[in-house]
Structure formats: structure tokens, C-alpha cells
Design a binder for this molecule. Structure first.
Ligand code: SF4
Length: 223
């Protein structure tokens, strides 16, 4: 189990390494004043879709309609054609229309996990992103595939699901790092600690990493 000091050191090194990388889709979302509704819609578009496709698809949609009222008035096919080629664009278009309709009726974008999870197609990762980036609530850690994988490789946690990772990370990451954690580790995961063939030779945190000390070093010694 890594100590708090070690975890803080790694977070700082990851932050330093991430400075040279292209912004993640979330960083782009956070850099433009958007409302929580747009954050929610962008997040739905982003599921299983590359950052650059998400950013372009969100822009095309919001250039035509950016409020719940306007999107609720569109038919799902028109929404779909704007967010294409995002993966599963038909399903996403129907969900976006329905969520827009519900939010338009409610008159607000929920700012609690429980309420957000009631929308069809919204899971904990999306809800946490809306809370952090849409409502400015700092004390949430959105867990996607990178945030799930990297702390497990580092040896900080041993979890099988993103939900368990969220709980485990909340117990070991100092709260001041929570809101930036997703963006930092997504960027690091896209550029260095990739899902397949992580670039361990270029990694500034290898000396702290369980995967490096076990799997990677062993594999390379055998070569
Ligand atoms: Fe990921 Fe390799 Fe760095 Fe460990 S050493 S964090 S596995 S890139």
C-alpha cells in the first residue's frame, strides 16, 4: 500500500508530465464557460468515443441548439446526424432528447448523484463529471477506464470495477486532488500509461509502480 506522501509525489509527477499533452475533452469542456446541461450532453456523446470526435460533435450540436428547450424540440434523427460519427449515435441521440425534455420540464439540472442517476444512460462517471465540471462541486472523482486502470497498475488499489475504484480512491487520495484527478489521469493514460503497451520506459513514475517492478521488468528481463 502506497503512503500518502508517495501518492502525492506521483500525482505531482503526473501533473508535470501531462503539461506537454494535448488537452483532454474534459479540459476543453472545463475551459469554456458552459452550463451543467451542456456538460451532461457532451459526456453522453463522449461514451466510447474519441476526444476529438466528442469535441467536434458537441460543437455541431450546440451551434444548432444548446438549451434543454431547444434540444427537446428537435427530433432525435436531427440530433443524431449532428453527433455522428460518435459511437452509438442513434441511442445517444434518443437519450439526449429525452434528458433534454425532462430537464426542460424540471427547470434545473440536478446537482446530486441520486437525481442524476435517475436519467437513463447516466452512470456514476457521467454524474460525477456533471457535479465537478458542470456544478463546480470539488469533492468527487469521476472514474473512467484510465482512472480505474492506472491506480491498479501503480498498486495503490486492487479493484475490479470502476464503482469500487471510486470508493477506494476516495479513501486514499487527499481531497484537494479529487476534482483534477480524472483529467490528469485520463491525459496520462492516453499518452503514457496506455491500456495496451504502456510506455514504461518513458514514465516518470515507474519507480513507484507495481506493474513496472513486477510485470514489465520481468517481461523485459526474459527478452
Ligand atoms: Fe503505467 Fe508503466 Fe508508468 Fe506504471 S511505469 S504508471 S504501468 S506507464
Amino acid at each position: 500500500m502506497a503512503s500518502e506522501n508517495e501518492i502525492i509525489n506521483v500525482i505531482k509527477l503526473v501533473k508535470k508530465a501531462s503539461k506537454g499533452f494535448q488537452n483532454t475533452a474534459l479540459a476543453e469542456v472545463a475551459s469554456v464557460p458552459q452550463n451543467a446541461f451542456q456538460v451532461l450532453v457532451s459526456c453522453i456523446i463522449s461514451l466510447r468515443t474519441k476526444d476529438e470526435v466528442t469535441a467536434a460533435a458537441s460543437k455541431r450540436l450546440f451551434d444548432v441548439a444548446h438549451t434543454p428547450e431547444k434540444i427537446a424540440r428537435m427530433d432525435w434523427k436531427s440530433i443524431g446526424l449532428l453527433i455522428k460519427p460518435s459511437n452509438y449515435w442513434k441511442t445517444k441521440a434518443k437519450r439526449i432528447k429525452e434528458i433534454a425534455r425532462q430537464i426542460n420540464e424540471m427547470g434545473y439540472v440536478p446537482d446530486t448523484m441520486d437525481e442524476l442517476l435517475k436519467f437513463k444512460g447516466v452512470g456514476r462517471k457521467t454524474a460525477n463529471i456533471v457535479l465537478v465540471y458542470g456544478h463546480g462541486k470539488k469533492y468527487h472523482i469521476p472514474v473512467d477506464t484510465h482512472v480505474h486502470r492506472i491506480p491498479n497498475r501503480l498498486g495503490w488499489i486492487d479493484t475490479k470495477t470502476p464503482e469500487k475504484t471510486e470508493v477506494a480512491l476516495e479513501s486514499i487520495i487527499p481531497r484537494r486532488y479529487w476534482s483534477d484527478f480524472n483529467d490528469l489521469f485520463v491525459s496520462f493514460g492516453q499518452n503514457i500509461c496506455k491500456p495496451v503497451s504502456p510506455k514504461c520506459d518513458e514514465c516518470s513514475v515507474s519507480k513507484y509502480c507495481r506493474y513496472y517492478k513486477t510485470v514489465y521488468t520481468k517481461k523485459n528481463t526474459l527478452l
